[in-house]
Design a protein. Structure first.
Length: 247
Protein backbone atom coordinates (compact mmCIF):
# COMPACT_ATOMS: atom_id res chain seq x y z
CA UNK A 1 0.00 0.00 0.00
CA UNK A 2 1.31 3.42 -0.96
CA UNK A 3 1.97 5.63 2.04
CA UNK A 4 0.13 8.93 2.15
CA UNK A 5 2.15 12.11 2.29
CA UNK A 6 1.98 13.74 5.76
CA UNK A 7 -0.04 16.95 5.84
CA UNK A 8 2.94 19.06 6.99
CA UNK A 9 5.14 17.69 4.20
CA UNK A 10 2.39 18.29 1.64
CA UNK A 11 2.05 21.86 2.88
CA UNK A 12 5.78 22.46 2.58
CA UNK A 13 5.77 21.14 -0.97
CA UNK A 14 2.86 23.44 -1.85
CA UNK A 15 4.71 26.46 -0.47
CA UNK A 16 7.90 25.54 -2.33
CA UNK A 17 5.92 25.23 -5.57
CA UNK A 18 4.29 28.60 -4.89
CA UNK A 19 7.68 30.26 -4.33
CA UNK A 20 9.02 28.65 -7.52
CA UNK A 21 6.08 29.96 -9.54
CA UNK A 22 6.58 33.50 -8.23
CA UNK A 23 10.33 33.43 -8.83
CA UNK A 24 9.79 32.18 -12.39
CA UNK A 25 7.15 34.84 -12.99
CA UNK A 26 9.30 37.70 -11.71
CA UNK A 27 12.36 36.49 -13.62
CA UNK A 28 10.45 36.18 -16.90
CA UNK A 29 8.76 39.54 -16.33
CA UNK A 30 12.13 41.24 -15.87
CA UNK A 31 13.69 39.54 -18.89
CA UNK A 32 10.82 40.51 -21.17
CA UNK A 33 10.96 44.09 -19.86
CA UNK A 34 14.72 44.41 -20.31
CA UNK A 35 16.02 46.97 -22.75
CA UNK A 36 18.58 44.49 -24.05
CA UNK A 37 15.93 42.02 -25.17
CA UNK A 38 13.83 44.74 -26.80
CA UNK A 39 16.86 46.15 -28.62
CA UNK A 40 17.76 42.66 -29.88
CA UNK A 41 14.19 42.06 -31.04
CA UNK A 42 13.99 45.48 -32.71
CA UNK A 43 17.17 44.71 -34.62
CA UNK A 44 16.26 41.17 -35.65
CA UNK A 45 12.46 41.39 -35.95
CA UNK A 46 11.43 45.08 -36.09
CA UNK A 47 7.94 44.24 -37.35
CA UNK A 48 7.14 42.66 -33.98
CA UNK A 49 7.87 45.82 -31.99
CA UNK A 50 4.57 47.68 -32.55
CA UNK A 51 2.70 44.86 -30.76
CA UNK A 52 5.42 44.01 -28.22
CA UNK A 53 3.89 46.03 -25.39
CA UNK A 54 0.41 44.57 -25.87
CA UNK A 55 1.77 41.01 -25.96
CA UNK A 56 3.89 41.75 -22.89
CA UNK A 57 0.87 43.02 -20.95
CA UNK A 58 -1.25 40.04 -21.98
CA UNK A 59 1.45 37.58 -20.88
CA UNK A 60 1.92 39.45 -17.59
CA UNK A 61 -1.76 39.05 -16.77
CA UNK A 62 -2.09 35.48 -18.03
CA UNK A 63 0.98 34.21 -16.19
CA UNK A 64 -0.27 35.77 -12.95
CA UNK A 65 -3.09 33.25 -12.77
CA UNK A 66 -1.15 30.16 -11.53
CA UNK A 67 0.73 31.80 -8.62
CA UNK A 68 -2.33 33.80 -7.57
CA UNK A 69 -4.48 30.67 -7.63
CA UNK A 70 -1.92 28.84 -5.48
CA UNK A 71 -1.82 31.79 -3.06
CA UNK A 72 -5.56 32.14 -2.58
CA UNK A 73 -6.27 28.40 -2.54
CA UNK A 74 -3.85 27.78 0.33
CA UNK A 75 -5.81 26.73 3.42
CA UNK A 76 -3.13 26.77 6.10
CA UNK A 77 -3.46 28.59 9.43
CA UNK A 78 -3.23 32.35 9.72
CA UNK A 79 0.07 33.75 10.95
CA UNK A 80 -1.67 36.95 11.94
CA UNK A 81 -4.97 38.72 11.28
CA UNK A 82 -5.81 42.36 11.78
CA UNK A 83 -8.41 42.86 14.49
CA UNK A 84 -10.09 45.73 16.30
CA UNK A 85 -8.55 49.13 15.56
CA UNK A 86 -5.76 47.44 13.60
CA UNK A 87 -8.34 46.10 11.13
CA UNK A 88 -9.65 49.58 10.38
CA UNK A 89 -6.19 51.12 10.14
CA UNK A 90 -4.84 48.38 7.85
CA UNK A 91 -7.82 48.42 5.51
CA UNK A 92 -8.00 52.21 5.60
CA UNK A 93 -4.39 52.41 4.44
CA UNK A 94 -5.08 49.83 1.72
CA UNK A 95 -8.09 51.82 0.51
CA UNK A 96 -6.06 55.02 0.38
CA UNK A 97 -3.38 53.18 -1.61
CA UNK A 98 -5.93 51.85 -4.11
CA UNK A 99 -7.42 55.33 -4.53
CA UNK A 100 -3.89 56.68 -4.96
CA UNK A 101 -3.26 54.30 -7.85
CA UNK A 102 -6.45 55.37 -9.63
CA UNK A 103 -5.76 59.06 -8.97
CA UNK A 104 -2.22 58.75 -10.34
CA UNK A 105 -3.45 57.29 -13.65
CA UNK A 106 -4.07 60.80 -14.97
CA UNK A 107 -0.30 61.39 -14.96
CA UNK A 108 0.53 58.27 -16.96
CA UNK A 109 0.25 57.76 -20.68
CA UNK A 110 -2.44 55.07 -20.73
CA UNK A 111 -2.22 54.42 -24.45
CA UNK A 112 1.53 53.86 -24.35
CA UNK A 113 1.30 51.81 -21.15
CA UNK A 114 -1.23 49.49 -22.82
CA UNK A 115 0.72 49.45 -26.08
CA UNK A 116 -2.04 51.03 -28.15
CA UNK A 117 0.04 54.00 -29.30
CA UNK A 118 2.96 51.81 -30.40
CA UNK A 119 0.59 49.60 -32.37
CA UNK A 120 -1.33 52.49 -33.92
CA UNK A 121 1.79 54.42 -34.96
CA UNK A 122 3.74 51.26 -35.92
CA UNK A 123 6.60 52.23 -33.61
CA UNK A 124 9.59 49.96 -33.98
CA UNK A 125 11.90 51.73 -31.53
CA UNK A 126 12.59 49.88 -28.26
CA UNK A 127 13.24 53.18 -26.46
CA UNK A 128 10.92 55.20 -24.27
CA UNK A 129 8.92 57.70 -26.31
CA UNK A 130 8.10 60.03 -23.42
CA UNK A 131 10.09 62.96 -22.11
CA UNK A 132 10.93 63.43 -18.45
CA UNK A 133 8.49 65.11 -16.09
CA UNK A 134 7.67 64.89 -12.39
CA UNK A 135 4.10 64.03 -11.38
CA UNK A 136 2.80 64.92 -7.87
CA UNK A 137 3.53 61.47 -6.42
CA UNK A 138 6.94 61.33 -8.10
CA UNK A 139 7.94 64.38 -6.09
CA UNK A 140 7.86 62.20 -2.95
CA UNK A 141 8.92 58.75 -4.17
CA UNK A 142 10.53 57.59 -7.41
CA UNK A 143 8.32 54.50 -7.76
CA UNK A 144 4.90 55.44 -6.39
CA UNK A 145 3.07 52.39 -7.78
CA UNK A 146 5.57 50.08 -6.12
CA UNK A 147 5.11 51.91 -2.83
CA UNK A 148 1.30 51.82 -3.05
CA UNK A 149 1.41 48.13 -3.95
CA UNK A 150 3.55 47.44 -0.87
CA UNK A 151 1.01 49.21 1.33
CA UNK A 152 -1.81 47.08 -0.12
CA UNK A 153 0.14 43.82 0.19
CA UNK A 154 1.47 44.26 3.73
CA UNK A 155 -1.89 45.34 5.17
CA UNK A 156 -3.51 41.97 4.34
CA UNK A 157 -4.09 39.11 6.80
CA UNK A 158 -1.13 36.74 6.57
CA UNK A 159 -0.87 33.00 6.20
CA UNK A 160 2.27 31.24 4.99
CA UNK A 161 1.33 31.45 1.30
CA UNK A 162 0.45 35.12 1.47
CA UNK A 163 3.66 35.89 3.39
CA UNK A 164 5.75 34.15 0.72
CA UNK A 165 3.90 36.06 -2.00
CA UNK A 166 4.30 39.43 -0.30
CA UNK A 167 7.95 38.83 0.63
CA UNK A 168 8.93 37.80 -2.89
CA UNK A 169 6.95 40.70 -4.38
CA UNK A 170 8.81 43.09 -2.07
CA UNK A 171 12.14 41.62 -3.15
CA UNK A 172 11.06 41.92 -6.78
CA UNK A 173 10.15 45.59 -6.30
CA UNK A 174 13.57 46.30 -4.78
CA UNK A 175 15.48 44.53 -7.56
CA UNK A 176 13.06 45.57 -10.30
CA UNK A 177 13.25 49.24 -9.35
CA UNK A 178 17.02 49.17 -9.78
CA UNK A 179 16.73 47.47 -13.16
CA UNK A 180 14.09 50.00 -14.16
CA UNK A 181 16.27 52.92 -13.12
CA UNK A 182 19.16 51.64 -15.20
CA UNK A 183 16.85 52.00 -18.21
CA UNK A 184 15.61 55.41 -17.06
CA UNK A 185 19.16 56.70 -16.89
CA UNK A 186 19.69 55.54 -20.48
CA UNK A 187 16.42 57.21 -21.51
CA UNK A 188 16.72 60.49 -19.61
CA UNK A 189 20.41 60.81 -18.72
CA UNK A 190 21.61 63.48 -16.29
CA UNK A 191 18.16 64.76 -15.35
CA UNK A 192 17.20 61.39 -13.92
CA UNK A 193 20.48 61.11 -12.03
CA UNK A 194 19.75 64.49 -10.42
CA UNK A 195 16.19 63.45 -9.65
CA UNK A 196 17.33 60.16 -8.09
CA UNK A 197 19.66 61.98 -5.71
CA UNK A 198 16.83 64.10 -4.36
CA UNK A 199 13.89 61.67 -4.06
CA UNK A 200 13.75 58.28 -2.23
CA UNK A 201 13.11 55.13 -4.25
CA UNK A 202 10.39 52.97 -2.68
CA UNK A 203 9.36 54.54 0.63
CA UNK A 204 8.64 58.29 1.01
CA UNK A 205 10.77 60.10 3.59
CA UNK A 206 9.45 63.31 5.19
CA UNK A 207 12.81 65.06 4.85
CA UNK A 208 13.47 64.03 1.24
CA UNK A 209 11.16 65.31 -1.48
CA UNK A 210 10.86 67.90 -4.23
CA UNK A 211 8.74 70.98 -3.87
CA UNK A 212 6.66 71.83 -6.91
CA UNK A 213 9.03 74.70 -7.73
CA UNK A 214 12.13 72.52 -7.37
CA UNK A 215 10.58 69.87 -9.60
CA UNK A 216 9.68 72.48 -12.19
CA UNK A 217 13.20 73.93 -12.10
CA UNK A 218 14.73 70.47 -12.49
CA UNK A 219 12.59 69.68 -15.52
CA UNK A 220 13.01 73.07 -17.22
CA UNK A 221 16.77 72.99 -16.66
CA UNK A 222 16.97 69.98 -18.95
CA UNK A 223 14.70 71.31 -21.67
CA UNK A 224 11.39 69.55 -20.94
CA UNK A 225 8.27 71.68 -20.95
CA UNK A 226 5.80 70.23 -18.55
CA UNK A 227 5.35 69.44 -14.86
CA UNK A 228 2.21 67.81 -13.44
CA UNK A 229 0.24 68.19 -16.67
CA UNK A 230 -0.31 66.50 -20.00
CA UNK A 231 1.20 67.63 -23.24
CA UNK A 232 -1.70 68.80 -25.45
CA UNK A 233 0.45 68.57 -28.56
CA UNK A 234 1.29 64.90 -28.15
CA UNK A 235 -1.78 63.97 -26.14
CA UNK A 236 -0.01 62.12 -23.36
CA UNK A 237 1.73 62.62 -20.06
CA UNK A 238 5.40 63.39 -20.47
CA UNK A 239 6.44 61.32 -17.51
CA UNK A 240 9.48 59.80 -16.03
CA UNK A 241 8.32 56.34 -16.93
CA UNK A 242 8.42 54.53 -13.63
CA UNK A 243 5.63 52.06 -14.30
CA UNK A 244 5.37 48.98 -12.05
CA UNK A 245 5.37 46.92 -15.16
CA UNK A 246 9.06 47.76 -15.68
CA UNK A 247 8.74 48.39 -19.36
Amino acid sequence: MQESIPIEQSTQVSLIILAAFWLAYFALHSILASLGLKQWLAKRHPRLMPTYRMVYNALALLLLVPPLWLTFSYSGPWLWRWQGMGFWIANGLALIAVLGVFWSLRYYDGQEFLGLRQWRLHQESPLDQERFHVSPLHRFVRHPWYFLALVILWTRDMNAAWLITVSLATLYFIIGSRLEEAKLIQYHGEVYKQYRQKVPGLVPLPWRFLSKKTASDLVSRYGSTDVESKNPEHGHSQGAKIHPSQT
